[in-house]
Design a protein around this ligand. Structure first.
Ligand SMILES: Nc1ncnc2c1ncn2[C@@H]1O[C@H](COP(=O)(O)OS(=O)(=O)O)[C@@H](OP(=O)(O)O)[C@H]1O
Ligand SMILES: Nc1ncnc2c1ncn2[C@@H]1O[C@H](COP(=O)(O)OP(=O)(O)O)[C@@H](O)[C@H]1O
Length: 273
């Protein structure tokens, strides 16, 4: 029978044929709908909402539980390591998370990602940048810019970013990610709070004036089809953690913007174990 039982203040064990042998201490369940019905259909859905355990840092997200459901029927079993995220975070003196930088082409995503990485590095924090352009040179080189391929690009980067965060690293993903639902799907992969969406709110007019790669010009002349902001949509976030605004004639420097993000991380406790 699927059981999540409390065996001490921060300790749970989940014994079951799924082979999720032992979610021992330090696992936080933050308002999560933990389903046991896939294990014993007759059993009622268990809902655990243990908001008080927010001091505990590794969390099972609802999405993870659903993924487990999906893999159970395929003889794929989660193998648990004796070294967990928590242990890696202690070693690194930081908390793993994903900083997701979204915005139009030319809005300054890569520039911000570099400034942020540099700022955190100089504070002794381990970061890694997943830049859309760069990842499309390798892992995602098979993908185009049509909506389905962008969705797949974002999904893969979301999954990789999640692994980096699990490694205890502050992962900075900078990609246009124009569709809200694709970004939200990446957010859903992460424990609550660990997905920090940063919107570079820069008018198209300014991005187009910058046009460092000449792509807007090509898009305007019809040489690039489906270019974000010109002939393909960009859906701005509605409820993101940080908005960094720039206007024509009023640009904030990348270092100042990076400091805003670093202050957020500091305030939320991500820069300590
Ligand atoms: N059609 C079209 N639309 C938008 N962007 C295009 C397109 N074709 C090529 N490029 C270049 O690809 C970079 C965007 O890649 P991303 O992986 O970030 O895009 S997405 O998240 O999948 O939408 C983007 O890089 P940035 O300018 O750094 O954003 C462009 O240089
Ligand atoms: N905060 C800023 N102020 C002024 N110019 C900027 C700023 N951030 C980026 N830029 C410039 O804008 C252009 C596009 O920046 P980039 O980081 O490549 O954008 P993206 O990755 O979103 O396409 C570059 O020429 C860069 O130097």
């Amino acid at each position: 029978m699927a059981v999540i039982k409390e065996a001490g203040a921060f300790s749970f064990s989940w014994s079951d044929a799924v082979g999720l042998s032992c979610w021992r201490n330090r696992i936080g369940l933050r308002g999560i709908d933990v389903r046991s019905s896939f294990l014993k259909p007759a059993k009622a859905k268990k809902v655990f909402s243990i908001a008080s355990l927010t001091t505990s840092r590794a969390a099972i997200s609802g999405e993870n539980i659903l993924q487990m459901e999906a893999t159970v029927g395929k003889n794929i079993v989660w193998h648990k390591s004796s070294v967990e995220k928590f242990d890696r975070e202690e070693l690194l003196k930081q908390k793993g998370c994903v900083i997701w930088v979204t915005g139009l082409s030319g809005s300054g995503k890569s520039t911000l990602a570099c400034a942020l990485s540099r700022g955190l590095h100089s504070r002794g924090k381990l970061t890694y940048i997943l830049d859309g352009d760069n990842v499309r040179h390798g892992l995602n080189s098979d993908l185009s810019f049509k909506a389905e391929d962008r969705a797949e690009n974002i999904r893969r980067i979301g999954e990789v970013a999640k692994l980096f965060a699990d490694a205890g690293i502050i992962c900075i993903a900078s990609l246009i990610s124009p569709y809200r639902k694709d970004r939200d799907a990446c957010r859903a992969l992460m424990p609550e709070g660990d997905f920090i969406e940063v919107f570079l709110d820069v008018p198209l007019e300014l991005c187009e004036a910058r046009d460092p790669k000449g792509l807007y010009k090509l898009a305007r002349s019809g040489k690039i089809k489906g270019f974000t902001g010109i002939s393909a949509p960009y859906e701005p976030p509605v409820n993101c953690e940080i908005v960094l605004q720039q206007k024509v004639g009023d640009c904030v420097s990348p270092c100042v913007m990076a400091e805003t993000v670093i202050s957020y991380l500091e305030e939320k406790g991500y820069l300590q174990a």
